[in-house]
Design a binder for this molecule. Structure first.
Ligand SMILES: C[S@@+](CC[C@H](N)C(=O)[O-])C[C@H]1O[C@@H](n2cnc3c(N)ncnc32)[C@H](O)[C@@H]1O
Length: 373
């Protein structure tokens, strides 16, 4: 049994928590930007393949204080802390060890220096455990991730590798795509279901619509990609075969979902269709070039979008002009969810949201504005 930790976008902890509940994970707990549970390799495999809002699946190896101690150098507690971790349980004699991490509000603030100390301590621990004076590091890479916050160091092993938001279907994106994991979380909060008629009038590269289609059809986001730990000798290939078979069984091809996408940019329209084809859901898509001022709402549609923010795309006043148009063309009783960093959004849109929720799109603090009948 491991302690499994899944980082996520700030604001999506509750979404991720329920995804883990649906996977029947044990001892689930949520903190800022991460949700953890207990489980074995079966849970690690299912989490990598099926979670839609997690960024990675990490195994927690241990946690210790790295606060300065009298008579010791600043790095001693870090070295000694790593030396205490049972690394040989998960890292083989020939495995390559890579160290990555971050530090905030701590005396040990140099990330490269911490990386080098952790690597030295890990090598020393493994050499001692394997009774050798040399580690060839010729086998599968194992990435040790460390996080130092307020002089507490937590050490993880990354089972995922290429981050989970890379589903494998997006070859190209437009100027300001939303991350797949954030889109998936927003779609969960927007109650996208098997029979949803999802509409994105600013579809860009089609992220909301493709994630929505796959959610409605219950196609697990990681079904068609690989994960770092699948190359480890410690993990049986059967565990991932079983997890993929279980995820495949859940697919609902008879879902009545349909996606309606619009964008003023013809390249975005082409991109959405190409990405939908790559994701295997294009037969449920209706996409056309259209200015937001020409938008016509169809009764029953669920609108989910991230219009330009005035940061990477347009300026703030141009973005606000779009919010005013949206307020005119989205009927007062339409169901819609809009993510925007603009505190003036409701004033420009012309209506107070029924629900507001703080969410981060990368480093940009946003609000999710939700409206329904
Ligand atoms: C922030 S991007 C949306 C990104 C999209 N969610 C994705 O993940 O790729 C905003 C989109 O709005 C489109 N857009 C800008 N002005 C528009 C307008 N007046 N009418 C319709 N679409 C517009 C842009 O072409 C761009 O694709």
């Amino acid at each position: 049994m491991f302690r499994i930790v899944c980082p996520c976008h700030f604001g999506l902890e509750s979404v991720l928590k329920f995804e883990l509940v649906r996977l029947s994970a044990a001892d689930i707990s949520a903190a800022d930007g991460r949700v953890s549970c207990s489980g074995g390799w079966e849970t690690v495999a299912a989490a990598n393949i099926e979670l839609t809002a997690a960024e990675r699946v990490l195994i927690e190896l241990g946690q210790f204080s790295v606060a300065a101690q009298r008579g010791k150098t600043a790095f001693d507690p870090l070295f000694e802390g790593v030396m205490q971790l049972p690394l040989e349980e998960l890292i083989g004699k020939d495995d390559a060890v890579i160290v990555k991490g971050s530090s905030l509000n701590s005396a040990l603030h140099s990330v490269p220096a911490c990386q080098s100390i952790i690597k030295k301590a890990a090598v020393r621990r493994l050499m001692r455990a394997y009774h050798t004076t040399e580690l060839p590091e010729t086998a599968a890479p194992h990435v040790i991730q460390f996080q130092i916050r307020n002089d507490i160091c937590t050490v993880y092993l990354d089972t995922t590798g290429i981050p989970l938001y890379k589903r494998g279907w997006r070859q190209h994106a437009n100027a300001a795509p939303i991350r797949e994991t954030l889109a998936a979380g927003i779609l969960d909060l927007s109650h996208v279901r098997a029979d949803t008629q999802l509409c994105d009038p600013f579809c860009g590269s089609g992220t909301f619509l493709i994630e929505g289609a796959r959610r409605a059809m219950r196609i697990a986001p990681g079904l068609h990609r690989g994960f770092a730990c699948e190359k480890w000798e410690q993990v049986s290939a059967q565990v991932f075969r079983d997890a993929r078979a279980a995820a495949t069984e859940k697919i609902n091809r008879s879902a009545e979902f349909h996606a309606y996408g619009f964008d003023s940019d013809p390249e975005a329209v082409a991109l959405t269709l190409e990405n939908a084809r790559r994701a295997g859901v294009a037969d449920r898509f209706t996409v056309k070039q259209q200015e937001i001022r020409d938008f016509r709402y169809i009764e029953g549609q669920n609108i989910v979008c991230n219009p330009p923010y005035g940061e990477r795309m347009l300026d703030v006043e141009q973005a606000r002009a779009l919010y005013r148009i949206m307020g005119r063309v989205f009927p007062a009783d339409s169901t819609c969810t809009v993510i925007s960093p603009d505190a003036e959004f409701e004033a420009r849109f012309g209506r107070k949201a029924r629900k507001r929720r703080k969410l981060y799109n990368g480093m940009i603090q946003c609000q999710l504005y939700q409206y329904w009948k």
